[in-house]
Ligand binder design. Structure first.
Ligand code: AMP
Ligand code: ZN
Ligand code: FE
Ligand code: FE
Length: 285
């Protein structure tokens, strides 16, 4: 048995429901999962409920997009209290910012002759979470581009794109603190894939560890075995937790399935032990 601790649902930019994701986990023989949607815990309660029914342990989680200047890094929070009022109110304000920002990007696209409207964008998004992948899907539906990648260019909504609008940014430290206040464990997601920045090296990780980071995602679908070994060594040297997952997004993940990256039981056990020692309570269920 093993775990997949990183994937997305319809509540952010994946396109599978919690029920479908649990079925996928079962069909792969996985007994522990974490739904780690971008900036939202909207799907977590449903995931836990279905997991309980079907005998799959669900660790509550989130994946925050954070920024240090132009450099975007993702911070995973595990075992967060997904019902905490202060935590929810902070992420709701992040949602509101996302909506306003997406409307601005649609307006900018309109100005350069891409005639999509915000309603087309939210059609493929959840109630609250909306981001560039949804805008890209609306552009595909309207026939302006053929695939999601084409939207993420300088012509459209790539980070230096004509119609790009930046987010009001959460810093890594703010995300780490939010996760800790919600009783969770903060882990750097896919350290090799940092948007607009170089892959993290030991110094980058030390810097985050000094800000309270407790683990790194060593195993990830876009990190080769060699890269995983590199980060495993750093995790050992710095005494950081080791996590891993597929980062499955549904149809958006061509050739990838949930469970294609598995985290060994020993690391899951270390994560749980760490959690129990730090917070002294059973998991955030
Ligand atoms: P946003 O948070 O709205 O700025 O959108 C960022 C999300 O878009 C990321 O979390 C990825 O899921 C997705 N994304 C970023 N770059 C690309 C790309 N080149 N191709 C496809 N999807 C991307
Ligand atoms: Zn995503
Ligand atoms: Fe990510
Ligand atoms: Fe992800």
């Amino acid at each position: 048995m093993a775990a997949d601790l990183h994937f997305h649902s319809i509540y952010s930019d994946g396109n599978n429901t919690p029920a479908e994701l649990i079925e996928m986990a079962i069909s792969k023989g996985i007994d522990t999962v974490a739904l780690s949607d971008h900036d939202t815990v909207e799907g977590v309660a449903e995931m836990i409920e279905i997991g309980n029914e079907k005998g799959v342990e669900v660790i509550p989680a989130i994946e925050f997009s954070t920024y240090q200047g132009e450099v975007e890094m993702h911070i995973l929070g595990y075992y967060i209290d997904y019902r905490s009022k202060t935590f929810l109110s902070k992420i709701h304000s992040l949602f509101r910012e996302r909506i306003a920002r997406s409307r601005k990007m649609v307006k900018k696209l309109n100005d350069i002759g891409i005639n999509i409207n915000y309603q087309d964008v939210v059609k493929t998004a959840g109630d609250k979470y909306v981001g560039r992948p949804h805008i890209a899907r609306a552009m595909i539906s309207a026939g302006y581009i053929n695939n999601i990648e084409e939207a993420f260019t300088e012509d459209y909504i790539g980070n230096r794109g004509k119609a790009y609008v930046s987010k009001d940014n959460l810093s890594p430290l703010e995300a780490i603190e939010l996760i800790h206040k919600a009783g969770g464990i903060a882990v750097l997601a896919h350290p090799y894939l940092i948007n607009d920045g170089a892959p993290f090296d030991k110094n980058g990780i030390i810097n985050l560890a000094n800000q309270g980071l407790e683990g790194i995602e060593v195993f990830h679908s876009k990190q080769s075995q060699e890269i995983s070994e590199y980060y495993l060594k750093i995790a050992r040297e710095l005494d950081l937790l080791v996590t891993g997952g597929s980062d499955f997004h549904g149809n958006g993940s061509v050739g990838l399935q949930l469970g294609d990256v598995l985290l060994d039981d020993q690391y899951v056990a270390q994560l749980k032990d760490f959690y129990n020692r730090k917070y002294g309570t059973p998991s955030g269920k």
